[in-house]
Design a protein around this ligand. Sequence first.
Ligand SMILES: [Zn+2]
Ligand SMILES: [Zn+2]
Length: 154
Amino acid sequence: MKSEAETANSTGNSVGNEQEFINTVTALSLRQIERKKKIYDQEKEEHLQQVRNVHVYDEIFIYDTQDPIFDLKNEQKEAVGFDKDFIADNAKATSCYICTLSIKKEKICNFCALRSCRDCCYSKRAYPKQELLGGDVEPAKGRICKVCDRKFQM
Ligand SMILES: [Zn+2]
Ligand SMILES: [Zn+2]
């Protein structure tokens, strides 16, 4: 017959082995998690370098180097790269999404295709990826809102 101490010991051993097994598995998965986290952090860092904020008045807009406005050959007909609700709101909004003042005369940006007030969309800019004809032919320009214009200046 085993003594109490021996029983405790053998139980302890079996628990110990199990614990060892759990420790090994946990260490393995922790290492995998660490590795994944490292990859994730690198990707996040790379993405953060692409994405920055654009401040116009008190509003904050996303600046992304992959923004479709940088690839335009000609006028953008419909808003892309925005939240669907935001686009729907913009189409019927009575106030400008940039300066927030009421839209008296609306303008539609030829780059992002969003509506704004006239004061927020008075500049013109050449479409960046258009084929230039050369000679005396001027590059085609589109109406550009303050937010898009700022993105080109960044
Ligand atoms: Zn405005
Ligand atoms: Zn715009």
